[in-house]
Design a protein around this ligand. Structure first.
Ligand code: SF4
Length: 204
């Protein structure tokens, strides 16, 4: 079996393929205000355990995997309802807003739960810590296909060893890897090209 792809890599890829490669291929990571806030939120759910809330068993930090899709990861929370319903909840900092990169992570968790427990997962939720609100996400066919396609794309990227080009857009402003990535320099034509070309010229 090929190495499993971390579920977190799907979120990184959906945000920016270069960010995914820097983290999962180059093992580069830097914190900024956004990652620090995210870590603070995950401290609420990073200790494995469970509790019963209104008859619902709530598991924290549940390990996940899928042999079929080659995925591995962890769910912040999974609710086990008495009627058999499984309901994953992913914690995010910030206010309630739709984000495909969050939804794809949740859908990957749903596919793992279905395979592990043999029961369908129709929906889950993103819990937005700043607004203390949940955003329910149906696990649609389109999201499921996106999980499969994204996992394949990440596996191909990791096998190639090639770093994707920078997106060099508004996403870079919130990216903790900005200084490592240097999106403007790498993407810009003109003055930087010559310097980049000479950077590794042993005759210089
Ligand atoms: S700085 Fe921009 S291009 Fe570079 S990894 Fe971050 S989002 Fe992607």
């Amino acid at each position: 079996m090929t190495d499993p792809v971390p579920i977190s890599a799907l979120q990184h890829w959906a945000y920016c393929p270069r960010q995914c490669a820097l983290i999962h291929q180059e093992q580069a990571f830097e914190d900024n205000i956004h990652t620090a806030r995210g870590q603070a939120v995950h401290h609420l759910v990073d200790q494995p355990g469970y509790e019963i809330q209104a008859g619902v068993r709530v598991e924290r930090a549940l390990p996940l995997w899928s042999e079929e899709y080659g995925l591995i990861g962890k769910a912040d929370l999974v609710e086990f309802h008495t009627d058999g319903t499984l309901y994953p909840v992913e914690f995010k900092h910030g206010r309630k807003r739709g984000a495909l990169h969050d939804d794809i992570q949740l859908a990957a968790q749903a596919l793992c739960l279905e395979e592990m427990l043999g029961r369908p997962v129709a929906k889950g939720a993103i819990y937005h810590a700043s607004s203390h609100r949940r955003r329910e996400v149906p696990i649609t066919e389109a999201l499921r296909r996106l999980v499969v396609e994204t996992t394949q794309a990440i596996r191909a990227m990791l096998a190639s060893g090639v770093l994707p080009a920078p997106v060099n857009d508004a996403r870079c402003r919130e990216c903790s890897l900005h200084d490592i990535c240097q999106p403007t320099v790498v993407a810009a034509p003109g003055p930087y090209r010559g310097a980049l070309g000479r950077l590794f010229d042993p005759t210089d």
